[in-house]
Design a protein around this ligand. Structure first.
Ligand code: FES
Length: 579
């Protein structure tokens, strides 16, 4: 059968281009100013390439080349590529945080897909928030959808050693604050870290989300690890372009792939890779858009899963080694062999996930460990609850210090991030290595966008004793490249007058990560009295603009920080003509 005859009457784009009337004339005529011949409007799938290219998103700055390769594949398969831009959330430049605009980019994506003559869509994603943002928007439309990640940067190289994106900054800055290196030595490392196009080369949030896309089945196998500048990334993009055309013919919509079991596969994969805590928020938000029920407690399915990927920040290596060792297919195979994968979960190549990975070969068992020799026995994200976090909090065991996983300490409280910055270096600060550092008002509403400040640096007076880690608790997020015994995403947040708001200097806090407990040693009555007092005096300043929508409509961390009015799949019914 010729492509032209396939699903002749089913193409969504035919409702724009398929009629011999005034409306068809108008839709085709303007497109023809790009030199598109008439026969291209006749029953060929129109494939949108949703591009987050931007020179202000350096991790995605090579996406024009990637888009060209996707287009080659689409044309070879008989489709018509149409590339379009959406808001690009660059993690490194955007202030106050790229998370603030994740929902904005998802709205942009959703409306661009639904409102345009598109039969299927390829999402070009890379830098942290671009992956969830585009998947959220696409999920609300539910067309055939395929993810192509931009791939990680080559290994950073500094003084003959491999250095990882982000992780190097955190480590060297602590060394500088402890007086172990000079400012000049710190600054000299700057150019060594980011040597090529691509996303952060650690198992930070970008790499995690690329792995999430692959384990969810929304990308072709091998997506997560191929370096950005490796020629095989371009081949991958080409093959993805070819595949999306067939997905349209097969009516393989996103909801057939993004099932609840696919999300459970992704949660277990996150444990195995030592992935970012940000995935907790993003997977919830994506699930909400496609109509899958996913709760914070669903992360418990990953609790006993060992971390087997030996990558920074939890381990030693970087994404290049992960790729050369076999990449995510090896991890998925090992999960499947342990009975930890729903092998039947459908993927975008039309096959169950197990068919894609059953023969994956590992080329370095130190980079991708076996389950007999894991990096960490129980690697899954810990879900914590207690009177300090009634709706939950999370902690990443693979980034934490084993000796702090059970800890009781005296609270040193910072009311907000400015307060933290003003007092952390004060030699008079009443803090030692047994203290529990508490940071308030950095949640979704308190610091709109929920900044990645949860891994607040340790006080210099403690660092100078050689201490590398302390328990930290906040309603903030943490960069996927960071490390430490850091309790994050406390919900409800302080700005919502969750119990975190009521913690006072000198209170004692108990953390038992294994038991999933986070308890403030203050009676219910005292806690309530403190919160009532805060409620009576709380003033929330109006900011205007997008920030105001954000503050008013963003959901809490346990709900994925989506806007309340965006949750759900609204489908891709064609909007009416306006001419
Ligand atoms: Fe873009 Fe890390 S800053 S991927």
């Amino acid at each position: 059968m010729k492509n032209d005859d396939k699903n002749k009457s089913k193409l969504r784009s035919a409702q724009w281009f398929g009629t011999a009337d005034k409306n068809g004339f108008m839709y085709r005529s303007w497109m023809k100013n790009q030199g598109i011949p008439d026969h291209h409007f006749q029953n060929k799938p129109v494939i949108g390439i949703c591009n987050t290219w931007s020179e202000l998103t350096p991790c995605n700055a090579h996406f024009r080349e990637i888009a060209d390769r996707v287009k080659n594949g689409i044309r070879e398969a008989g489709g018509i590529p149409v590339e379009f831009p959406v808001f690009s959330n660059g993690e490194s430049n955007l202030r106050p945080t790229a998370m603030l605009t994740r929902n904005l980019a998802s709205m942009d994506t959703e409306e661009a897909i639904r409102g345009n003559p598109i039969d299927g869509v390829v999402l070009l994603v890379g830098c942290d928030k671009t992956t969830p943002a585009l998947l959220m928007g696409a999920a609300s439309c539910d067309l055939p959808t395929l993810v192509v990640s931009g791939g990680p940067m080559l290994n950073g190289k500094h003084h003959g050693k491999d250095v990882g994106s982000g992780t190097m900054v955190w480590k060297m800055h602590e060394e500088y604050k402890a007086g172990n290196i000079t400012l000049q030595e710190f600054m000299d490392a700057e150019a060594s870290m980011s040597r090529s196009a691509g996303t952060c080369n650690t198992m930070g949030t970008a790499s995690t989300m690329a792995c999430m896309a692959e384990s969810l089945g929304v990308s072709l196998p091998g997506n997560a690890a191929i370096p950005a500048v490796d020629s095989r990334r371009y081949v991958f993009a080409h093959m993805s372009g070819m595949r999306i055309v067939d997905m349209v013919h097969e009516e393989l919509n996103l909801s057939k792939v993004l099932t609840r079991n696919a999300f459970l596969n992704a949660i277990k994969t996150n444990a195995a890779i030592g992935g970012s805590t940000n995935a907790v928020i993003h997977l919830k938000a994506i699930a909400g858009r496609i109509g899958v029920n996913l709760e914070l407690d669903d992360w418990l399915v990953g609790k006993e899963v060992p971390t087997i990927v030996n990558l920074q920040p939890s381990g030693q290596y970087l994404m290049e080694e992960f790729y050369y060792s076999g990449g995510l297919p090896v991890v998925l195979r090992r999960l499947g062999e342990q009975g930890l994968l729903d092998k039947d979960a459908l993927t975008v190549n039309g096959k169950p996930i197990w068919d894609n990975v059953a023969d994956a070969t590992c080329h370095n068992d130190d980079v991708i460990r076996t389950f007999d020799n894991p990096l960490l026995a129980h690697g899954g994200i810990c879900v914590l609850r207690g009177n300090l976090a009634p709706r939950g909090a999370v902690l990443k065991p693979s980034a934490a210090s084993p000796h702090l996983m059970q800890h009781r300490g005296r609270a040193v409280v910072f009311e907000n991030f400015d307060d933290y910055k003003a007092r952390i270096a004060d030699p008079e600060l009443d803090v030692d290595e047994n203290s529990v550092m508490v940071l308030k008002n950095c949640g979704p509403k308190g610091y709109p966008g929920m900044a990645e400040v949860g891994n607040m640096g340790l006080p210099p007076k403690v660092l100078k004793k050689g201490v590398k880690d302390m328990v930290r608790i906040s309603d903030a997020r943490m960069s996927g490249t960071a490390f430490g015994t850091v309790v994050l995403h406390v919900a409800p947040e302080a700005m919502e007058l969750g119990p975190l708001a009521a913690v006072e200097e000198g209170d004692y806090i108990q953390l038992d990560a294994d038991a999933g407990v986070l308890q403030l040693e203050v009676s219910d009555d005292v806690l309530e009295a403190r919160l009532n007092k805060l409620k009576a005096t709380q003033v929330i300043a109006k900011s205007g603009g997008y920030m105001e929508i954000y503050r008013e409509r963003v959901l809490q961390a346990d709900e994925g920080c989506d806007f309340d009015f965006l949750v759900g799949c609204r489908g891709a019914d064609v909007p009416p003509h306006s001419h």
